[in-house]
Design a protein around this ligand. Sequence first.
Ligand code: BGC
Length: 333
Amino acid sequence: MSKLSLVAYTFGVLLFIVSCSLSVFYGYKVVTHHLPVEKKVPDTYKYHFVLVPEELDNEYWRLVESGAKDAAKKYGVLLEYSGPKQANIDDHLKTIEMSAASKVDGILTQGLSDEQFTPLINHVIAGGIPVITVDTDAANSLRLAYIGTDNYYSGYLAGKALITDTNGKANVAIITGTFYANHQQQRVKGFQDAVKEAPGIHIIDIQQSEISTVKAAEKANQLLKDHPEINAFYGTSALDGIGIAQVIEKYKKQRDVYVIGFDTLPETLDYIRRGTIKATVVQQPYEMGYRAVKMMIDIIEGKTVSQVVHTETRIMRIGDLPVSVMHNKEDNN
Ligand code: BGC
């Protein structure tokens, strides 16, 4: 071999080795990027479950996560908490698909809409992976169980509370999390049915907040401008009441507006204590997470579980605030 062809040959071999390494490296990156985290379950865990909420960094869902993690710790389960950082239905569906593709032992998620979630849940179940709906049910799907609030009933309770607190006379604006979600629709429907019985209650308008405090505030502000007759608000998801209350505090001197919200996040309790939010619908997010994990284990181990488990829901007003909450807040003032 001539000197020149030896150099060309060596260069060719080197080029081949480098390009092979690069394609292996980048190929690996492309593939692993799409795989859910922590695919390999260490031997110390019995099962690997994924909890997929509609929004990861939502205080309400952090409570569900905390219940699920506590149960997971107790029963030897590896629990991943994975999903969209901010509410996004496509990312939510994709996370469920990816979890199924990575063959987890069980998926806990919301059944947000029949149109998009039912076919996917059925597909995952057909592939042999159990699915439990938490917080929001896709009742027409093949999900193995639902645990969460009876959302229609909780909306009905809110309607009854508003009638009592306003002496049956109010012009109400509703701010709901999203128009497409099953549980939000049920909370609105329950409310509408309850207030049908009170001729002095009128629903003026309904807007969606995309489960964001900022958007709930924007919508509340606009509603007050567009409809000066509005003197009551009903917020149907955890951050709606907070967004509404921020706006109401600005208008407080000019207008006396009644607010009923959902959930018992610390900020909501603050607004109740200050009298801006008059009532809220209590849910049990920690318990939902905890019991969902236990139910999934029972299902996998062939035990009988109820198909529908409704966690407690009720109305909370200032007089129902735990004494410690009242004291802590007063101490801070
Ligand atoms: C609902 C959750 C929702 C959250 C949004 C809660 O009231 O139960 O499904 O994601 O509000 O902040």
